[in-house]
Design a protein around this ligand. Sequence first.
Ligand SMILES: NC(=O)c1ccc[n+]([C@@H]2O[C@H](COP(=O)([O-])OP(=O)(O)OC[C@H]3O[C@@H](n4cnc5c(N)ncnc54)[C@H](O)[C@@H]3O)[C@@H](O)[C@H]2O)c1
Length: 370
Amino acid sequence: MPILVETLGEFAQKRPFDGVTLGFRLHLEPKTAVLIEALMAGGARVIAMGNEGTTQFGTAEVLLDIGCEVLDRPGQGSEATAANLAQIASAEPQLILDNGAELIVACLRNSRVPLGATEETTSGAFRLREEHVGEVGFPVIVINDSPLKAIVENKHGVGESVVDTIGRVTNMSLHKKRVAVYGYGWCGRGIALYAERRGADVTVLELDPTKALEAAMDGFDVADASHVPVDANVVITATGRAGVVDLAAIQQLRDGVLLANAGHIDTEIDVEALEQSAPGVELSQSLTRHELPNGKTVFCIADGKIVNLAAYGGIGNPIEAMDLGLTLQARSLAALVAPDCGLEAGPQPVPAAVNDQIATAMLRSMSQPF
Ligand SMILES: NC(=O)c1ccc[n+]([C@@H]2O[C@H](COP(=O)([O-])OP(=O)(O)OC[C@H]3O[C@@H](n4cnc5c(N)ncnc54)[C@H](O)[C@@H]3O)[C@@H](O)[C@H]2O)c1
């Protein structure tokens, strides 16, 4: 994680967080531990908890050893979450790093108003904008809305890891295969691009005519989302919506088609109806074969769950994308304590200067003379 480690070195010299207590809520695993190390190198006292069920206790032990106050304990149930949130809030942190806005909300009534917060997710920002309008008296930088994240993580990270995972689980080459991609948002763009790079012919299915036009201009075949891609060897969904590929569509697909989903919800492809119509036979840990009553065979990866994470051995986005995303966190927190911060209260995008600084650092880490 070269750009985060470079940031750590700079923080160790400049100590931007001296005297600052920082409440940290993000999955506690080896990569986020490097972020915590960077914040502590910059002088912060860090009190940390993960999101439910995501804490890796080996990592938590390492963090405890370096002086981070980790609240999660093995075997704790969901009832511990509220207590841990309250414990961090009672420390009246000046900075908050959150993933879902629960910690920010827990600190809204603190007598010491925080200097600022970062929120990892767009859904957490929605929560603050809709349920807590006018209540957030400090700046909240929304990391997921950074264009850098959309490009490096959602487009290239997801695109590369989804196509890699499908290749690994099936051992199938994509050359001259027809791959149908539902959705041409950030993830769909990347999946279409990496499938094409592996030699596939790609059809994009979209609801939004502007996105469909973009896909056509990018060189892909395009169809309206109501069209069933009957010639596809592989169908991948990336829309974030339920019921995109229903049983009626599955029945019309070609014999031997492979289904995979890259969206966060596991109902984009109606695997439940498929399973009822044609119970799956497990071929490997992440691959099932379904013999439809109409005589066709359908293969499905990871029961329609988010393929690059849920399929056997799925490790999600490449490390470079995490390096970028966590450096956005680190530098946004530093911007919040800078003497010339000048940010207004409420949810807002990552400051342009932070995006520019990190884009330049990542280009340098890629040996590009920028
Ligand atoms: N696999 C991963 O690691 C990973 C990472 C980030 C996001 N995601 C998830 O991937 C999904 C897509 O994310 P995104 O950032 O590309 O979203 P996005 O909003 O940028 O794009 C979604 C696209 O799907 C289109 N769409 C909606 N319904 C459709 C339908 N029925 N048929 C065809 N197109 C349809 C929309 O018009 C839009 O262009 C979300 O569920 C997101 O949470 C997955």
